[in-house]
Design a protein. Structure first.
Length: 206
């Protein structure tokens, strides 16, 4: 899934964040996340395994780890710290239940930029973007348009349906897949129906 994409990020350096999901029982969850800034790709999975540029494994001994620099900002991945330290007072019940006992890998987006938190608990993971509005203005993807939150299609039109928006931001077969092990085939998301009662119904895309 394309979470956020912005080729204007940091003076045209470019930013692309993708996640890989897995269906489990009646829901889907994030297994791994991959981020491209410029030509560098950082991949982190739910077990805390880290890959840089698809073939270089990073251990805890190798952190903090920096890349970029030169004509671009320097991006710095820091040691993991307890997730409970980053859970704000307004964190959702799901955040607290899933990640309070996990770890967070924080990637600083330059000297004056925001940061990304990759939260893991050994099975599930999540990615939180804490960026300055100016950094992500005009971004598109599953999170919506940067600055407005509007659901936008790849062609730039507004989308009313949440479900259609989810399908829109699947990684297409002709698009770049950031993960070191790309899927053998890119299948359309399956919709998992959940029957709550005779009068209620919901669905989850994974």
């Amino acid at each position: 899934m394309v979470v956020a994409h912005n080729e204007d990020f940091h003076n045209d350096t470019g930013f692309l964040l993708q996640v890989r999901t897995q269906i489990q029982n009646h829901f889907s969850h994030v297994l791994a996340a991959a981020l491209r800034i410029g030509t560098d790709v950082l991949e982190i999975n739910s077990k805390g395994h880290i890959l840089w540029n698809r073939d270089h494994k990073l251990s805890l001994d190798g952190l903090p780890f920096s890349f970029g620099g030169g004509s671009t900002e320097e991006y710095r991945l820091k040691y993991p710290f307890p997730a409970r330290n980053s859970l704000a007072k307004n964190a959702t019940h799901v955040d607290m239940k899933l990640f309070a006992g996990g770890k967070v890998y924080r990637l600083r987006l330059g000297k004056h930029g925001g940061y990304l938190d990759f939260k893991t608990n050994g099975h599930f993971m999540g990615v939180w973007i804490h960026g300055r509005k100016a950094e992500f203005m005009g971004s598109v993807g599953l999170l919506g348009q940067g600055g407005t939150g509007e659901r936008m299609s790849r062609s730039g039109t507004k989308m009313k349906s949440t479900l259609e928006h989810v399908f829109e931001w699947q990684v297409k077969s002709h698009e770049e897949c950031l993960f070191a092990e790309p899927p053998t085939s890119l299948k359309i998301c399956r919709i998992l129906p959940i029957k709550l009662s005779k009068d209620t119904y919901t669905a989850n895309a994974g």
